[in-house]
Design a protein around this ligand. Structure first.
Ligand code: NAD
Length: 297
């Protein structure tokens, strides 16, 4: 039976609506406006698009935002100086340094310099650790958080289910494992993570009740790798040549959508699945940061 589509655009729009309501309450009851600073180093075209999308969404939701664009030749000292300035700026509740920076920038060192209270992307070791031990006074990384939200709002309870995650990046795969395995409502899954060194990968993915693909390999997951009735979440965003030649490229996920669609019970499309949730959760985290920094519960 064909799958039902998990509509990330619609769910993200609902999260944005809730964020806008929170912004209105903060203004009305506390005279506070949340603020997000986005730092872009260099001229990576995709990064520029992502940064502009984030700033645009902030404007729409009346979140104060600052875009700091540094030249591709910027030094570590310049980036660290900017992060320090933003750490000390009370107008700014959340700081995001767009990944990937140019090679002379040590991303780990930059992330470590961000005040964990403003680390709304949840890359700082302090927030990653809090997430792992299930403490919820830190932040949850935006893409895996968005996936948890997609599951919850689509009525998928991971409790007791076998969730298989393909990919072990610090941004998606590893935090996804940590969130799904928590002893907590909306989690409690049995989690397996497979990656580039896994033997018999399809044998394992075929056991998944919930299959999450995050590897950056166009249409890697084929129907024969999916169990009948599985919930399939496609995180991948890959640019491939447009077979119809209508534009320069086409976006596809890590899942061969057309054939898996007939096997899964639910599936996220690309685009319009996980992607829109990432910005939604970033702004959700910014509100949380603002409340924490202003002592608002
Ligand atoms: P990454 O390159 O950091 O990590 C990829 C992971 O996949 C690695 O752990 C690697 O071991 C694994 N892998 C690669 N090839 C494999 C193979 N053939 N078999 C098994 N495992 C393999 O990637 P990432 O940052 O986690 O991103 C993954 C994908 O998700 C990319 O397409 C990226 O664009 C996309 N992404 C989307 C969003 C969003 O908002 N929708 C956010 C982050 C990443």
């Amino acid at each position: 039976m064909p799958a039902s589509i998990i509509d990330g655009k619609m769910i993200a729009a609902k999260v944005h609506e809730e964020t806008a309501e929170e912004v209105a309450v903060l203004a009305r009851d506390y005279n506070v406006q949340p603020g997000l600073a986005v730092v872009l180093v260099g001229d990576d075209p995709a990064s520029r698009v992502y940064v502009n999308m984030k700033v645009k969404k902030c404007k729409e939701l009346r979140i104060y935002s600052e875009k700091h664009a540094l030249d591709k030749t910027a030094t570590m000292e310049e980036v660290l100086e900017l992060v320090k300035k933003l750490n000390n700026d009370s107008r700014i509740n959340g700081i995001l340094v767009q990944s990937p920076p140019p090679p002379q920038i040590d991303e780990d060192e930059v992330v470590a310099a961000i005040n964990p209270a403003k680390d709304v992307d949840c890359f700082h070791a302090s927030n990653v650790g809090k997430m792992l031990i299930g403490k919820n006074d830190g932040f949850v990384p935006c893409t895996p958080y968005g996936i948890m939200m997609l599951l919850e709002r689509s009525g998928v309870d991971p409790s007791g289910k076998h969730a298989v995650i393909i990919g072990r990046s610090n941004i998606v795969g590893k935090p996804m494992m940590a969130l799904l395995v928590q002893k907590a409502k909306g989690a409690n899954a049995t989690v397996t993570c497979v990656h580039s060194r896994t033997k018999n990968l399809p044998e394992i993915t075929r056991q998944a009740d919930i299959l999450i693909a995050a590897i950056g390999q166009p249409e890697f997951v084929t129907a024969d790798m999916v169990k009948d009735g599985a919930v399939v979440i496609d995180v991948g965003i890959n640019r491939v040549e447009d077979p119809n030649g209508r534009s320069n490229y086409q976006l596809v996920g890590d899942v061969k959508y057309d054939e898996v669609f007939d096997k899964a019970s639910m599936i996220t499309p690309v685009p319009g699945g996980v992607g829109p949730m990432t910005i939604a959760m970033l702004l959700h985290n910014t509100i949380k940061a603002c409340k924490q920094q202003n002592g608002i519960v």
